[in-house]
Design a protein around this ligand. Structure first.
Ligand code: PRP
Length: 209
């Protein structure tokens, strides 16, 4: 039978993903020592590919990978046609609205400007408050925007809070909790239900809770 293919997000989530798969009894030698090879056999009829978070979702949507591991942040921003079947309990952080220390973010009548890497998440958050804001998309180091007076606030991921603190910013309001999720292509979930459920159960039994 054709190998099931799982797309893993490289970078931040990579080592926790490998550890979880190892605890679950999968052979992650190829993942730990990957060289230049892009499709990596991990035993038990499974193959892994490492990809950028957005690409993990693209591969699933096009049906070239059956399963994926991706952060809820990317799922919330991109959406897409797939099923989210398991909270993997690592890569935990949160989306928050932050503004300069001492500033009254909700004060005044002027339209506020928000800088973010996650414009859809930010727009939805302010829509839910019936608040009309201007959203500016930034690719990285979003914390700079209020310091440069480009924005009144930011919607960004906060893990330890150190980046905010060191730049004179504070959380105004939490937006959403984030962690890594196991996602599945819709057709695969029908056609390979048993295999997918077995793998999900195996991973769930070895989560680091
Ligand atoms: C993320 C996020 C914050 C920081 C939060 O950035 O955008 O800047 O981590 O972490 P902390 O609360 O522990 O300080 P990342 O490192 O992914 O880089 P980026 O700024 O280029 O997006």
């Amino acid at each position: 039978m054709k190998a099931m293919r799982i797309a893993l997000t490289k970078g931040r989530l990579e080592s926790s993903t490998t550890k979880l798969m190892e605890r679950s009894g999968l052979d992650c030698t190829a993942l730990r020592d990957k060289g230049r090879k892009l499709i990596l056999p991990i035993g038990d009829g499974l193959e892994a590919v490492l990809a950028k978070a957005g690409d993990v979702i693209t591969y699933l949507e096009h049906g070239v990978c059956d399963l994926g591991v991706v952060g809820k942040d990317v799922i919330m921003e991109r959406g897409g046609q797939f099923f989210e079947i398991l909270d993997l309990q690592f890569g935990k952080c949160s989306f928050a609205l932050a503004a300069p220390e001492g500033a009254d973010f909700y004060g005044g009548y002027g339209r506020k400007t928000i800088a973010t890497k996650y414009p859809n998440v930010a727009r939805r958050f302010f829509q839910s408050k019936n608040m009309d804001v201007r959203v500016i998309k930034i690719e990285g180091s979003v914390e700079l925007a209020p310091l440069l007076s480009l924005a009144d606030g930011i919607v960004d991921l906060v893990e330890t809070g150190a980046t905010l603190r060191e730049n004179g910013l504070r959380v105004v309001e939490p937006v959403a909790e984030v962690s890594a999720r196991l996602i599945v292509n819709a057709a695969s979930l029908k056609l390979r239900k048993r295999e997918i459920e077995d793998l999900a159960a195996r991973l769930e039994a070895h989560l680091d809770k």
